[in-house]
Design a protein around this ligand. Structure first.
Ligand code: SAM
Length: 246
């Protein structure tokens, strides 16, 4: 079977002639995560007092990061080599990887997030192990022993999701860790309720992805799912995936 792994990848289910333009969507996300989203998410990822809803998101996110590290430990990987943390946010996992001994490229589309990661790296004495870069993850090139991408793809609908996951797979020589928002009737109902709120009061829209699409996209890139686990805590619902090369 031919492995399709180029940067000109056309997502399945999308007309090959149709250009999937995510430029505007990314510009909106960049603006959000560089403004009000930065305030909201740096509070969630920090130590500030939170409402019960946001607290449940912090707890779920912490549990997800801890599980990702346990998986690395179980395989005896993630202790050296080069890592890419794509959509690093305030740098929580970049710091964890650097603390484990990896040389980390921490990339985010929002400049404020990268600045926060650089400050956190410096405060933790890990500045030499973490290089902060402002970039769209789809503009990145190179090969990394480990690529992580947590709670980023949850903001992209199926076509762009598939293209971005494909791109992340091309950047990984061995291990790819990522989360996506799984499709489920309960989550669909929560999203329908959320849709009744005025847009100004909503956080970002979460995009649910069917599991077969994840599996098939990885397969196209000669990767398979080694571990996958649903993490649910109040308003935090993701599936954490560890994919490895065949
Ligand atoms: C919910 S935060 C997650 C942060 C971090 N991965 C974590 O789990 O702690 C999502 C992050 O993805 C970033 N992001 C969204 N789209 C991106 C893209 N195309 N390229 C790089 N970063 C992106 C946002 O700016 C934001 O910082």
């Amino acid at each position: 079977m031919m492995v399709v792994c180029s940067s000109h990848y056309v997502p399945r289910g999308v007309d090959p002639g149709q250009h999937v333009d995510t430029t505007q969507h990314k510009a909106r996300l960049r603006q959000y995560f560089d403004g009000i989203g930065f305030e909201r998410w740096s509070a969630i990822y920090g130590e500030a007092r939170l409402s019960p809803i946001r607290r449940s998101i912090r707890d779920g996110h912490s549990a997800m990061l801890a599980l990702a590290e346990r998986w690395l430990d179980a395989d005896g990987v993630g202790r050296d080599g080069a890592a890419l943390d794509a959509g690093c946010g305030t740098g929580l996992f970049s710091l964890a990887l650097a603390g484990r001994g990896m040389q980390v490229t921490a990339v985010d589309i929002a400049p404020q997030m990268v600045a926060a990661t650089r400050t956190a790296a410096s405060n933790a004495g890990l500045a030499e192990r973490i290089q902060g870069v402002v970039s769209d993850l789809e503009d990145l090139q190179g090969r990394y022993d480990l690529v992580s991408c947590f709670d980023v793809l949850i903001h992209y609908p199926p076509g762009p999701f598939e293209r971005m996951l494909h791109h992340l797979a091309t950047l990984s020589s061995a291990t790819l860790l990522f989360t996506y928002a799984p499709s489920s009737p309960l989550l669909s109902a929560m999203h329908r309720i959320g849709a009744y709120f005025p847009h100004s009061q909503r956080r970002t829209d979460i995009q649910m992805i069917p599991e077969p699409l994840v599996r098939a996209t990885l397969h196209d890139c000669a990767m398979t799912i080694r571990r996958s686990q649903r993490i649910s805590s109040g308003f935090y619902h993701v599936t954490l995936v560890q994919a490895t090369r065949h």
